[in-house]
Design a protein around this ligand. Sequence first.
Ligand code: AHM
Ligand code: MG
Length: 326
Amino acid sequence: MRFEQTFTNFLLHHQEEHNRTYNFLILMDALFSAAKHIEHYYLTGALQGNLGLADTVNVHGEDVLRMDQIAEEITNHYLRTSGRVIYAISEESDEIVQMNKENGRYFVYFDPLDGSSNVPHSLPVGFMFGIAKRNLEGVEDEHLRAGKDYVASGMFVIPTGTFTLALKDAGTWRFHMDETMEFVRPTRVFFPEEAEWELSFNSANRYTFAEKVQNWIQKNERKYAFRYLGSLAADFHRLLSTGGMFMYPAIVNHPDPRKNRPEGKLRLMYEAAVVAFMCQEAGGAAVDEMGRPILDIQPNDPHQRSALYAGSKPLVDDIARVLSSG
Ligand code: AHM
Ligand code: MG
């Protein structure tokens, strides 16, 4: 018979090797329970009528889908009952979601269903999260953490049964769901050397990007294949295997100036920094519209946005030089 190493076994060994507690395992168990339930509701969503609108708008003024609400409720339930979370920040909640102020150990920043335009089609979406730990040496002031202070970040690509987790100073790892819905076969991932690198961005927006970004695209795009699913987790999942660069630049030249997004579209704490942390642990890099490392950006607002350029280091370094030049 052939047996696969389970995620729990992998993490148990990791924690013991580094003389850590089992609290992180309990937190991960909560995230797995949430992901499996979201996966179930998504797989059955078309037949149950759960892939449509919920008749409300979120904190960002965007239409909320029924699945957004379901995924949010599920995740908050499992995080809260784990007893390990001080508070959570979710794309779907304006307010910080208070959980266990006294005895919690972690802060969790999450987007339970990222890539909303794919939902009506049952195509891949992401459940993305970043995790930071409370100050164990002194008073905890509960400030918003920059990506460099995360201890882990990860993403489930739903409903594909794949999961990727980056652990601080211990790599980015990929897992697959087996026939019992267990995540198994830890496989370390690194961005590959240039071979079949891909570029991934919404090409319909290209004339709305800053001129220097448009010039960079024009100069470089013919060297690479182009892929875009419109779901950050799914697009980034693919890039981790092929190498290349995902971009969501600032929108600064829209013909309708009201539609400009000079600060970018993606959310820093539970989208951009989550990807940037996985990039770093896989040997890649991620920067914002100024060419600054995403992991260095100190959030002032839980729902702050950022432009994102993430992927293979030589490509990201190249565009960072362009972005940071006058
Ligand atoms: P969402 O949180 O509303 O789903 O938006 C985030 C998503 C990302 O997953 C994806 O990379 C991007 O927005 C797609 O945007 P666009 O449709 O403008 O290409
Ligand atoms: Mg999102």
